[in-house]
Design a protein around this ligand. Structure first.
Ligand code: SAH
Length: 386
């Protein structure tokens, strides 16, 4: 053996060692960057001129491009460079279910073989998408299907935004529309607790609200939280979109039973944060109240709710409970729900019964969950939607 080191004669040429494989370069997830972040990446890391960032950003976030090859006004060389150094993290459509009321539930497969869901809800005057912010959820509300999963991981800003791009594409195709962004409204009420993934939520909002991106108005985006009190304050300071609070109870005893977060920040602490919340003129905080039969839907509950909300510019959305088998709660009867609403209105609290969308496809509030999606072999067979 010519190059065996131990016997190597000093005169002989240096041994030829196998060239080590180049260390894999970690690709930068460019679909998760704000325009500022992307500009920094392109100029500092790739040595490109800054206007290229705007081009790339508009491809991703105005047109929803999912590959560099589509970006025909970027030079071939730049597209190749991007492929070497950057990636647009995809969400692959795995399944869809259509409700008789026009609601469509989409299930996406993430790159690491997880599943998340988004729900499209068209109505006469708006096209709303309900987006997810986490795979699973750590909040463990006892009536909620996602809550039974536990938290698997946070979604990246790119994955949050990708739900919007993908559904825009679907709506264009299904409804034969030319407009780049047929969706008009976004609600962060899908899987996960948005304020528990605050940095990525914030970045996704920056992208979704940007003029070079989908350009959603702050008036058309609502973020719903279980009530992570310290984050509500930051949310008010650092974003300008609308706030919804999942109250769901009229006493601490009730709320702590169904929403473990209440043991840390009780109703008084939560409403105190709401009172301090910097509201834009004319805006109100939405309080969601899931009606659970004989649990939180009595006349006394309505009276207590009126008291609790005193002094807060509030609107109450009464949500008919979507029963999840095995979780042990029942839906309030329509008549009781209507009476509850009337009582609130008589107490000068604006209250509405939320229309129940996609109930026949388990696409309604609190029914998004997926137990089949942990590993790749199952996923390739497209398990039934729950
Ligand atoms: N984590 C956030 C957003 C996701 S849940 C939050 O808690 O606000 C969105 C809304 O659906 C919440 O108001 C929640 O209370 C409600 N919800 C959960 N499960 C439900 C169910 N089975 N039926 C009706 N509403 C439900």
């Amino acid at each position: 053996m010519q190059n065996e080191l131990p016997n190597a004669d000093l005169e002989s040429p240096a041994p030829v060692l196998p060239t080590p494989a180049p260390a894999p370069v970690k690709l930068t997830e460019v679909s998760s960057l704000t325009l500022e972040g992307l500009t920094r990446f392109l100029t500092e890391e790739l040595g490109e001129r800054s206007f290229r960032a705007g081009q790339l950003y508009r491809w991703m976030h105005q047109r929803g491009a999912t590959s560099f090859d589509e970006m025909t006004d970027l030079s071939k060389a730049l597209r190749e460079k991007l492929k070497q150094r950057a990636e647009i993290v995809p969400l692959v459509k795995d399944a869809e279910q259509r409700s008789v009321d026009g609601t469509i539930k989409y299930r996406w497969k993430t790159r690491d073989g997880r599943y998340i869901e988004s729900v499209y809800m068209p109505s006469e005057d708006r096209k709303t998408l309900c987006v997810s912010t986490q795979v699973g959820c750590a909040m463990a509300c006892t009536f909620c299907m996602t809550g039974t999963l536990g938290l698997k991981r946070n979604l990246t800003p790119g994955e949050i935004v990708a739900q919007v791009h993908a559904v825009n594409r679907e709506v264009r195709k299904n409804e034969g529309l030319e407009t780049l962004r047929p969706l008009s409204n976004l609600v962060f009420m899908g899987m996960g607790e948005p304020l528990h993934n605050f940095e990525n939520l914030k970045t996704s909002l920056a992208i979704l609200q940007s003029q070079d991106g989908p350009n959603f108005s702050h008036r058309h985006i609502t973020v719903s939280t279980v009530g992570l009190v310290p984050m509500i304050e930051r949310f008010g300071q650092e974003t300008d979109v609308k706030l919804a609070i999942s109250l769901n109870a009229s006493t601490d005893e009730q709320r702590s039973k169904t929403m473990p977060v209440n043991r840390k920040w009780n109703i008084a602490a939560l409403l105190d944060a709401c009172r301090k919340f910097p509201l834009r003129q004319g805006r109100r905080i939405t309080f969601e109240y899931v009606l659970l039969r004989d649990f939180n839907d009595t006349d006394e509950d309505a009276a207590r709710l009126i008291q609790l909300l005193e002094g807060i510019p509030a609107k109450v959305n009464l949500i008919p409970y979507n029963e999840n088998p095995g979780l042990g709660f029942q839906t309030t009867m329509d008549q009781r729900a209507e009476r509850f609403r009337e009582l609130l209105c008589e107490g000068h609290v604006a209250a509405f019964i939320r229309q129940n969308r996609g109930r026949d496809i388990a696409g309604a509030c609190g029914q998004l969950a997926n137990r089949g999606g942990e590993n790749a072999s199952e996923s390739s067979q497209s398990p039934e939607l729950p």
